[in-house]
Design a protein around this ligand. Sequence first.
Ligand code: GLU
Length: 482
Amino acid sequence: MAKKKVTKKKAAVHVEPDFLESVSRNFDKAAALTKYPRGLLAQIKACNSVYQMRFPVKIGNEYHVIEAYRAQHSQHRNPTKGGIRFSQKVNQDEVVALATLMTYKCAIVDVPFGGAKGGVKISPRAYNPEQLERITRRYTMELIRKNFIGPGIDVPAPDYGTGGREMAWILDTYSTIKGGLNAAGCVTGKPVSQHGIRGRTEATGRGVYYGIREFCSNADDMKKLGLTPGMAGKTMAIQGLGNVGSHTGLISQNEGDVKIVCVAEYEGAIYKEDGIDMAKLLKYRKQRGTILKYPGSTTLKSRKDVLTVKCDILVPAALENQINMSNAHKVKAKIVAEAANGPVTSAAEDVLLKKGIVVIPDMYINAGGVTVSYFEWLKNLSHMRFGRMEKRFDQNTYHNIVNMVEKVTGKSITKKEKGMIVRGADEVDLVRSGLEETMVTSFNQIREIHKRRKSVKDLRSAAFISALDKISSDYLALGIFP
Ligand code: GLU
């Protein structure tokens, strides 16, 4: 892609790196801090395969030639895994950058997959559901034809512009053509009624919340930012009310007592100092098709102003390259949590770091989606809902314990209290527990690298090193590299 020259007032002319270049620079920066052989690092960095396709789909009375991709960045673990994006901005470099991030993301959260990503260059708004179904099914046929999909080969999932509906079409197409005992594991993010798992839709947003909460729990880190530990009362600005942004906002507000002061969507940005009720805002937007004029809010001049408002936590949850050399110097947040993939360019990150702003990197903070995709895939391969075996057993055991304690002490608890204790875990409880455990453990691995190694100055480099340690040991175990 062409490089964009951006002129900053009173400063030199900066060359803005594009998305793939940013990912590459970030990799090189972290790799330079490790002692792994150059050949091994080059193999880890390289994107293994890209399938570019063009196919015709009949729309009304004419045929549209659709351009699409699937990139498999690394097969050091199989299957490869990553979402499918429907966007007019899709191009090969973007898909490769996104597939690359998936490899590191999976390694960071110990999900045993290689990285992949798909993209279909369409604006979903320009097509009706019937046309979108035709495009999705035809794209799936192309993947099947080239052996680019399957429960043990490559497993797509939702991404920007896609959701459960598209995943159900993919599953149906794959099952019809290929079938097989494990066909349901050919794609994740499916509706629960179509072999999906409870808790997948909210998973990325919930993971973003757990990750920020973990970062904010450390008193030393918070002190450096002039903040107190904990989430309660912190202010948050969110760019994008898609699946990730909306759930991050809802969960941060409901479970973390965070105050959402600013929200931006396609139509503009709104600000409300005493906090926006996320559930009410989402309902408002559903009814009126806009967030603008939400009661008590003021409208900002431009939707991009969400990135530069005063707040503690900024959550860019839309697309890549949003914080760049044109606005990085204006960011006022203390923490930037990259809920989207690649929202901060590598040049912009240098500016943020110099200003003392902490960037919690995408490949860790938005890994909740692929983590729960992993649980869904395991459910599909095991052909059983999580919790089915132990729920009643646990319930009976807790019941017996409570009865015993009541008998021994001669005291009894209320029915409501009993209900809270005497309860076996449902699928959604186990999914949330597994996700929380994953986000907490992975963050502490990254924090440990950041703290222990003096040369590692930022969380992104620490996250990269965490991924490189794990991926390298996979390659070294194969005995390919000395
Ligand atoms: N598209 C999501 C991501 O960027 C989810 C990928 C998946 O579940 O495979 O992480």
